[in-house]
Design a protein. Structure first.
Lengths: 117, 117
DNA sequence: CGGTATCCCGAGAGATACTG
DNA sequence: CAGTATCTCTCGGGATACCG
């Protein structure tokens, strides 16, 4: 399994942004983190709230974020197993970046600014 | 040509983050924007400074960002053509998000915090 | 409920060569 | 210099089925 996707070295490329991208790995990470900011959630909740993400991608993303230390996974051995996902301090701290991006998209919309079209 | 990749509707998915991801489209966008924050650059400069991005991907990304209104492209009909890429107001405004991510990666590093490994 | 296991496809991205 | 044109290939990710 291992870490795999290190096609380039962040240090070498000279950009911290690269490092961020590698930690998050896929775009879904942004979405999952954003979703978990609303509070801890169980797997199915996440799936419903972020329904654009498919089961497999969601698991992958969660596992990855867990390994990167952004997400906590707690298992409760109840009758049907219950699993709670929550943000770690590291994960929660990413919220400022997310909020900034939301502010940005809020301000600039999806398209060109002066495009009357 | 058109807009193509709208596999899901941002509104429907309920997340502005999705919208951001669609505007940027690929991870390279982050890197290119970050690079252009240092000032306007010509194609080859960008390629050298962000050498992890290959020619084709760089063009794609630049064209995309241009269409999304984040980047300006100016052509100077000098002897060998000169092309200058710079950020638009919209593009430059994304810098806060980038800086936030850099602060974050700076603080939390690439790995788990308490991971003694 | 909370996943894992597969199969499959398309797009992102690498490498190389060529052009106005 | 600043790209475009291909070709290939990997991998993210969709769909579906099954398991503890």
């Amino acid at each position: 399994m291992e870490d795999h996707a290190l096609k380039y070295d962040p240090e070498e490329s000279g950009s911290k942004i690269c490092e961020v991208l590698q930690i998050l790995k896929t775009k879904w990470a942004f979405l999952v983190l954003d979703e978990l900011l609303k509070g801890p959630q169980r797997f199915n909740q996440l799936q419903r709230n972020a329904s654009v993400i498919k089961t497999q991608s969601l698991t992958d993303t969660l596992r990855h974020l867990e390994r990167m230390g952004l997400v906590n996974r707690e298992v409760f051995p109840t009758v049907p197993v219950t699993v709670k996902y929550s943000l770690t301090e590291k994960g929660a701290d990413f919220q400022l970046a997310l909020k900034e991006m939301e502010r940005w998209v809020d301000k600039w919309g999806g398209r060109n600014p002066a495009s009357a079209e």
